[in-house]
Design a binder for this molecule. Structure first.
Ligand code: IMP
Length: 188
C-alpha cells in the first residue's frame, strides 16, 4: 500500500480560524433553518466527497425532518497543469433525485465551478426543489456567480483545513478549522 507523506505542518503550529464550538453553534442554526423551510416534507442531503462528510453528518443531526443521504464524487483540474477549471464526476448518486427536495452539501465554495457543475447535474434529474448548503464561502476567487442558500461562515482568501477540509488528504479529522501556513505548500 502507498503511504501518505508525513503531515506538512502539525495542527499545534497552525492558527485556528473557526473553533468547533463556533461550527457546532452555526450548524445547529442551519439545521433549524432547513427544518423550518421544509416543514412537513422530506429532504435529500447530497454531499460532495470527501470534504463535506463531517459537515453533512453534523447538519443532518440538526435537521428534524425525514432526511436521506447520497453523495457525488468530483475531481477538479483547477489547481493542476490543465488550469482549465474543468470539473469531472467521479461518482454519481446511487438514488434517483427526481421529485426530491435536494440540498447539495459542500464544505467550501471557492471559484464556484464545482457547485455550478453539480447544480447542472442535479437539475437534469428534475428534483422538486434545489438548494445549496455550504459550510464556508471564500468569495475572493469566485468565477461562477453561485451562492449558498444556507451558509455557515464567509472566510477571507486563505487556505483552510480541518472539519473535513484537506490538504493532500491530510487534516480532515481536525475538529477546528485552521489556516494552512504558506510553508506547508512548499514542504513537499
Ligand atoms: P470550487 O470549485 O473552486 O468552488 O472549489 C471547491 C472545492 O475546492 C472544495 O470542495 C474543496 O475541495 C476545494 N477547496 C477550495 N478552497 C479550499 C480550502 O481553503 N481548503 C481546502 N479545500 C479547498
Amino acid at each position: 500500500m502507498n503511504q501518505l507523506p508525513a503531515v506538512p505542518v502539525p495542527a499545534s503550529c497552525m492558527k485556528v480560524l473557526i473553533t468547533h464550538d463556533q461550527i457546532a453553534r452555526r450548524v445547529a442554526e442551519m439545521g433549524r433553518e432547513i427544518t423550518r423551510d421544509y416543514a412537513g416534507q422530506s429532504v435529500m442531503l447530497v454531499g460532495v466527497l470527501k470534504g463535506a462528510t463531517i459537515f453533512l453528518a453534523e447538519l443532518a443531526c440538526n435537521i428534524e425532518l425525514d432526511a436521506t443521504f447520497d453523495f457525488f464524487g468530483v475531481s477538479s483540474y483547477a489547481d493542476c497543469a490543465h488550469q482549465s477549471g474543468e470539473v469531472r464526476l467521479t461518482k454519481d448518486v446511487d438514488t434517483s433525485l427526481e421529485g426530491r427536495n435536494v440540498i447539495l452539501v459542500e464544505d467550501i465554495l471557492d471559484t464556484g465551478l464545482t457547485m455550478n457543475y453539480l447544480k447542472n447535474v442535479v437539475m437534469t434529474h428534475q428534483p422538486r426543489s434545489f438548494k445549496i448548503a455550504s459550510l464556508l464561502d471564500k468569495p475572493a476567487h469566485r468565477i461562477q456567480p453561485i451562492e449558498a442558500d444556507y451558509l455557515g461562515f464567509t472566510i477571507p482568501d486563505v487556505f483552510v483545513v480541518g472539519y473535513g477540509l484537506d490538504y493532500a488528504e491530510h487534516y480532515r479529522n481536525l475538529q477546528d478549522i485552521y489556516v494552512l501556513p504558506p510553508e506547508a505548500f512548499s514542504s513537499g
